[in-house]
Design a protein around this ligand. Structure first.
Ligand code: ZN
Length: 189
């Protein structure tokens, strides 16, 4: 991985694999993203490196393939970005569109965070730490996003999901101090 800064043009991150997810729609008019929401995901839960997150985000997951998948059968979700354990980034939805990542949510009394947020999924679980390469990519991505959009805050899914307690990700092992360099931007710590 190089340290070349990322750029975002027309909603797409430079030098990044794009895998189109249909699970998105238009943002409300005049609503640029102003919130970044950090998630964690792994499919099957706790297993890393497989193709099933990509399959889920592209509606190609075989829900009969694993016992856990019966709990998410028919789920149509996506995120703008997915960072695997090596920090490799895949973009699934243009930043100009609304990815379906947050579900029922609220920030500063404003509901429906998907309308005005960018969703970033880190491959992982709610109960273990993340890889140094994921933090490195996340930092570069956050820099590019804050340079391009009027981002005011970076929060976890657990902070904005309603009702409170509905979601735990990215979990207690996510190190928010890694994002402390983002001056002027609200974070949980
Ligand atoms: Zn989440």
């Amino acid at each position: 991985m190089t340290d070349t800064p990322f750029r975002i043009e027309n909603g797409y991150l430079s030098d990044t694999e794009y895998c189109c997810s249909p699970n998105c729609d238009e943002r409300p008019l005049n609503t640029p993203p102003r919130l970044i929401v950090i998630h964690s995901i792994s499919l099957p839960p706790g297993e890393f490196g497989g193709p099933d997150v990509r399959r889920l985000f592209t509606n190609k997951l075989d829900f009969d393939e694993h016992p856990f998948y019966s709990e998410i059968r028919g789920l149509k979700v996506s995120s703008h970005f997915f960072l695997d354990r090596r920090g490799q980034i895949t973009q699934f939805v243009s930043c100009l569109k609304r990815a379906w990542h947050a579900g029922a949510s609220k920030w500063k009394s404003e509901p429906n965070c998907n309308d005005y947020s960018i969703g970033i999924e880190l491959e992982g679980t709610d109960t273990e730490g993340f890889h140094v390469d994921q933090y490195a990519s996340l930092k570069r991505l956050c820099i590019a996003l804050t340079e391009c959009y009027p981002i005011e805050a970076v929060l976890g899914h657990s902070h904005i999901a309603v009702p409170k307690g509905r979601k735990q990700d990215p979990g207690a092992h996510f190190n928010w101090c890694e994002l402390s360099f983002l001056s002027g931007i609200e974070t949980p710590f």
